[in-house]
Design a protein around this ligand. Structure first.
Ligand SMILES: NC(=O)C1=CN([C@@H]2O[C@H](COP(=O)(O)OP(=O)(O)OC[C@H]3O[C@@H](n4cnc5c(N)ncnc54)[C@H](OP(=O)(O)O)[C@@H]3O)[C@@H](O)[C@H]2O)C=CC1
Ligand SMILES: O=C([O-])CC(=O)C(=O)O
Length: 437
């Protein structure tokens, strides 16, 4: 993990180019950094005197040897004994959260929400472990500096790094946001391959060093197949723990139904997004409810539901890109927060939420061994169950088959990354991310 050299007189966040280059060359490999390298980068007997403007630790602060606090950024190298202070002694045990693509647009919102306490609660101290790349390392330092300057009481550790084997060590949550965006003229099969390799590598790293019960939320597109690749490369972590983010689609669907019905969006419940986070996704108005009533009883214009509404949700991301010039970042971060909160708080009675989860054992007849958005309920323990009491009609089934076919085709494309032989891409012509239109 890249840590500032604390005995150096230079500020904690100035890495020399050569430091960075040699660090990245080593740490971008798929193996752990060797111990000698760790030692040379951060001598074990170094006394921590956080060098950011030579800040002095307050009296109640205990500084520790780097063995315990080996990866830290700036002010977060100071170690506090939370149990020694009245205000913090009832706090829960610190949890470690990794965020990849941490210097990107979504993370720029997400990290600050995590640090504020709005996600895990006001008594849950957190450690943020930020994963970037050589390309983004300076920006990552900038992000860490902004986190320092925000003085969040619950944010107790921040570290930055470019090696997933270091960043993912002991993490209980991995929010995998970083992915290469599809560029002009790039084939989707190429995108699947490039991003797939990132997620295969990160799956291996999670498998090697993360908490055995780590919860993984894949945001980087194409998120369903990236999530499948990740879980296949992490056989020691339950497949059930991997999610692909479709909560943004759920939120978009609730908003449009509320708008059409003339109600506030908190009146819309039981909203399922089925399938792929792509333009084949299926926003399910058959099972959704408005004010507790089936949507079709409230919105009588069924042609609008089947045509306009469905397409609007499928293409919302693309329309937004046309307006903004970039893909949704703030609302995506909000939806990641919603997705986590849905797993750590009990689902309200009778309601459910959508998440892209592993299909093996699903009660709906959807092909096994995919990551497919489906309706889930949680007891608030980080786990979830699939909802059984949903109904289907011909329209819904036909749409589900289409998004299922697309995911099966994506899976064939990445066979080489999930241990299933050579990849072969025969993607349907209209296969698109929400952002592509
Ligand atoms: N599931 C969903 O609902 C949504 C998903 N998304 C997806 O989330 C992802 C992140 O979006 P956003 O934060 O706006 O994107 P940004 O472009 O702002 O950030 C993406 C980050 O991905 C990282 N990255 C990893 N590999 C590469 C690569 N090969 N080339 C370039 N960058 C790479 C970069 O960080 P680094 O160099 O540090 O690795 C970069 O900071 C995208 O894949 C986007 O499509 C967006 C909206 C909704
Ligand atoms: O295609 C993208 O990057 C944007 C995206 O996923 C969305 O807005 O839903």
């Amino acid at each position: 993990m890249a840590v500032a050299e604390l005995t150096s007189p230079t500020p904690a966040y100035t890495h020399t180019a050569s430091h960075l280059r040699s660090f990245s060359q080593l740490s971008l490999s798929s193996t752990h950094l060797s111990l000698p390298f760790r030692r040379s980068f951060r001598p074990r007997n170094t006394v921590i005197t956080c060098s950011v403007n030579q800040v002095q630790a307050p009296v109640s602060v205990q500084t520790r040897q780097p063995k315990e606090k080996s990866d830290c950024f700036g002010v977060f190298c100071l170690t506090y004994d939370l149990k020694s202070e009245q205000e913090t002694k009832s706090w829960k045990k610190l949890i470690k959260i990794a965020v990849s693509g941490a210097a990107g647009m979504i993370s720029n919102h997400l990290l600050f929400k995590l640090a504020s306490g709005e996600v895990f609660g006001p008594d849950q101290p957190i450690a943020l472990k930020l994963l970037g790349s050589e390309r983004s390392f300076q920006a990552l330092e900038g992000v860490a500096m902004e986190l320092e300057d925000s003085l969040y009481p619950l944010l107790r550790e921040v570290s930055i790094g470019v090696n997933p084997y270091e960043v993912f060590e002991d993490v209980e949550w991995a929010l995998l946001v970083g992915a290469k965006p599809r560029g002009p003229g790039m084939e989707r099969s190429n995108l699947l391959d490039i991003n797939g390799q990132i997620f295969a590598e990160q799956g291996k790293a999670l498998n090697a060093v993360a908490s055995r019960n780590v919860k993984v939320i894949v945001v980087g597109n194409p998120c369903n197949t990236n999530s499948l690749i990740c879980l296949k490369n992490a056989p020691n972590i339950p497949a059930k723990n991997f999610h692909a983010l479709t909560r943004l689609d759920e939120n978009r669907a609730k908003c449009q139904l509320a708008l059409k019905a003339g109600v506030f969006y908190d009146k819309v419940s039981n909203m399922t997004i089925w399938g792929n986070h792509s333009t084949t996704q299926v926003p399910d108005f058959l099972n959704a409810r408005i004010n507790g009533l089936p949507v079709k009883e409230v919105i009588k214009d069924h042609k609008w539901l089947e045509e306009e509404f469905t397409e609007k949700i499928q293409k919302r991301g693309g329309v937004l890109i046309q307006k903004w010039g970039r893909s949704s970042a703030a609302s995506t971060a909000v939806s990641v927060v919603d997705a986590i909160k849905s797993l750590v708080t009990p689902t309200p009675e009778g309601d459910w939420f959508s998440s892209g989860v592993y299909t093996t054992g699903n009660p709906y007849g959807i092909a096994e061994d995919l990551v497919f958005s489906m309706p889930c309920r949680s007891k608030g323990d980080g786990d979830y169950e699939l909802v059984k009491d949903v109904v289907f009609d011909d329209y819904l089934l036909k749409k589900i088959r289409k998004t299922e076919a697309e995911l099966l085709a994506e899976k064939r494309c990445v066979a080489h990354l999930i241990g299933e032989g050579a990849g072969f891409c025969d993607l349907p012509g209209d296969t698109m991310l929400p952002g592509e239109m």
